[in-house]
Design a protein around this ligand. Sequence first.
Ligand SMILES: [Zn+2]
Length: 301
Amino acid sequence: MDIALINENYPWIFTAVFFLLGACVGSFLNVCILRLPKGESIISPPSHCACGKPIKFYDNIPILSWLLLRGKARCCGRRISPRYFAVELLTAALFAFAWASNAPQTAAAGMVFISIMIFCAFVDIDTMMLPDFATIGGTATGAILSAMLPELHDIHLEEYPFAVSAVASLICSCAGILVGSGMLYWIRLLGQTVFRREAMGEGDVILIGCIGAFCGWQGALFAIFGGSLIGSLIMIPIFAITRLLKTDKAKKSKLAESENPEEIEGAIPFGPWLALGGILYFLFFREITDSYFQNFTAIFF
Ligand SMILES: [Zn+2]
């Protein structure tokens, strides 16, 4: 039977397949997030528990094993962080949605993009660093995929040879890299001058370049402003509450006063919000953002 025919008649089969694929990729991303920043190999040693015992394959099934084991290791009963489960479920859900809401090639590129974003977001949460191989490598991957898949930047020039579309798409990708990184570079510089402290790192500037490479300049701008907005809406209440609790504690112990408040405040990574903004743009807000920018630029041109 023809694959296209199956997809037409039973679209949920492929959505389910990509959900499973996403769960496996999520499981692999967990290993990468844990090991790559420490410079460890992702192949050997094979998955093992914190107690040192190897994890059996049937206890290493993405999403399911964590649920079946109720978050506790079979060998020693140690707690398994729900984050492993969350990363697997998140990747699975995003892969399935990317497949269901895009043309197959765009969906495939989207899955690569989603994987890079999830990796960067969680590594940034853990280490406050964005590794160059992921951000710079991701930017290069985005540019290459753009040249191969002009649909990624909504370029449909059927009447011309493919090379024309490829070049046009690559230009969109490069515009995304330059607008995103350039914009964030200046915001960072301005922030350092006005507030005299580092609000974001160089890694964030490269990460937004990667988002721009996949999503074009519209996606890069969406990720910067959308990501900051969502980040503020979520983090400001959390800050307010922790600060209230802190002053409560500080009254009780004078030791807390000697702590440097900047150290606590400076400890929010920006990368995860940019990554979230990038994914939201790619999967949900592409059309509405692009048409908004189109209206906006129509005023001037
Ligand atoms: Zn164990």
